[in-house]
Write a protein that binds this ligand. Structure first.
Ligand SMILES: [Zn+2]
Ligand SMILES: [Zn+2]
Length: 170
């Protein structure tokens, strides 16, 4: 995830980067290559770097525990400058001062961090996952078990009981 900044032209340009998730020291559920589309705007005093990174990672579904692979997208921006003068105009941690004669910037740490931040808190194999039967543990996406109809919606059966109790006796 290195960019040789002495080679890039003034003005805007793009660089495509890729590196294996393992070499990026990402967790084991990440697989294949991490790819990053990088847009650069270089002026005489700074380089603005926009990174659009993607990776594939396997997650366990929160409802049925099935493993499925999701694409993780992370977008972020960094500013590299050759002097401290512009510092006040930039907020946050994504501001770096280039050392004298520094020719390479390494985006690996930042890409790793932003990808990890982009990992969803909730993971479902698909939106309408039916999960596991709470009685027998059958994966209800694959087949229905015999106990499924009885477990139904408890609130609904409670209402039905109430309704039958209120029915006038003839
Ligand atoms: Zn699921
Ligand atoms: Zn069941």
């Amino acid at each position: 995830m290195n960019i040789n900044i002495s080679n890039i032209p003034a003005g805007s340009s793009t660089v495509e980067l890729s590196q294996s998730a393992t070499l990026m020291a990402l967790p084991e559920n990440f697989s294949g290559d991490v790819s990053a589309h990088v847009s650069l705007i270089k002026t005489s005093w700074q380089i603005v770097v926009k990174i659009d990174a993607h990776a594939d990672a396997a997650f366990e579904c929160d409802r049925c525990a099935d493993q499925s692979v999701h694409r993780i997208d992370a977008e972020f921006e960094q500013v590299y400058t050759w002097g401290e003068t512009e510092r006040d105009t930039v907020e946050g941690d994504d501001f770096f001062v280039l050392g004298d004669g520094q020719k390479v910037i390494d985006l690996a740490d930042a890409v790793r961090e932003y990808l990890l931040l982009a990992v969803p808190v909730k993971n479902l194999c698909h939106e309408d996952c039916r999960g596991l039967c709470p009685v027998c543990g059958t994966n209800l996406n694959e087949r229905l078990c015999t106990c499924a109809p009885e477990t139904g919606d408890i609130r609904w059966s409670a209402l039905q009981n109430l309704a039958s109790r209120n029915e006038p006796h003839s």
